[in-house]
Design a binder for this molecule. Structure first.
Ligand SMILES: C[S@@+](CC[C@H](N)C(=O)[O-])C[C@H]1O[C@@H](n2cnc3c(N)ncnc32)[C@H](O)[C@@H]1O
Length: 273
């Protein structure tokens, strides 16, 4: 006789007791993924018997600190579900703020050319393209694995005709005119030891160089050289002063920093002209 859904959830909750902040909730997410049912189904069909051959292995992976998003291959971003796997950074909630801040600066019917550096799983370009139906999009990434995942999400969201993707270092070989440049680049200082779960994420999505802000500065340089109108970037909580100091030598219209949900400095919108 197989376990009921409630039996499986009890097994999962016990297994994750010392690992997860909300073991029952995580057990529900993992079991839902294992048997392809949503949470409401699990809650309303607790006494139903279910076969869940992958569930134990999922619990082992979670106990070894693997993020739940990589185990289920799903991530929620901007109230939507996206595909995710270990080749791309798991999109973070604070990156939604970058999108919101940029959208505040743009007309919904803008026809400008928008370019993203470091597309990762694709979430930023896809959400922007959903909101800006007349804008054109191109996105780059240095990682072929990330681009494979971006391509999958772009296809699932039916954006293949709207978002062109390109493997390169930053903007090398990108010749098109760029009006808006957006990026959540790697910005952590090389060598900083991170939490255990971050070990599963691509390291070139996290570490930005000896100081950490090297790619941010390259993006600023590119923006001035290419006469970009707006540069919108996420950054580290301790990089506001460095960005302000770097920009002292440039002429521009405005520089606005924004904070994340925890109140830390998290990004900026630079309007050049
Ligand atoms: C922090 S992740 C952001 C991913 C995604 N845009 C997001 O917000 O979830 C940074 C991305 O930049 C890419 N990257 C790192 N160095 C790069 C470079 N020199 N040129 C282009 N992309 C780069 C990484 O592969 C990674 O996908």
């Amino acid at each position: 006789m197989s376990n009921t859904i409630n039996d499986w959830l009890d097994v999962g909750e016990r297994a994750l007791k010392y690992k997860a902040e909300r073991p029952r909730r995580e057990a529900e997410i993992l079991l839902g993924s294992a048997i392809n049912k949503d949470r409401l189904y699990l809650i309303t069909h607790g006494e139903e018997e279910a076969e869940a051959p992958d569930f134990h292995q999922m619990l082992i992976r979670r106990n070894e600190n693997e993020p739940i998003e990589y185990i289920t291959s799903k991530v929620s971003f901007f109230s939507q579900e996206f595909h995710i796997s270990t080749g791309a950074l798991i999109p973070r909630p604070e990156t939604e703020i970058l999108i919101e801040k940029l959208l505040e600066k743009l007309d919904t019917d803008t026809q400008e050319s928008i370019v993203e550096v470091g597309i990762g799983s694709g979430v930023i370009s896809i959400v922007l393209a959903q909101h800006l139906e007349k804008a054109s999009f191109l996105a780059t990434d240095i990682s072929p694995d990330a681009l494979t995942i971006a391509k999958m999400n772009i296809s699932i969201k039916q954006m293949t005709k709207r978002i062109e993707i390109f493997q390169t270092d930053l903007l090398e070989d990108v010749d098109k005119k760029i009006d808006i440049l957006v990026s959540n680049p790697p910005y952590i200082e090389d060598g900083i030891v991170l939490e255990a779960n971050l070990a599963f994420e691509p390291q070139n999505a996290l570490y930005g160089g000896n100081i950490g802000d090297e790619i941010l500065k390259r993006l600023i340089d590119e923006s001035f050289t290419r006469e970009v109108r707006i540069l919108a970037c996420e950054m580290g909580y301790d990089q506001k002063d460095k960005i302000e100091t770097y920009l002292k030598d440039f002429d521009f219209k405005s520089l606005e920093f924004y904070k994340d949900y925890a109140g830390f400095d998290r990004g900026f919108i630079l309007t050049l002209v």
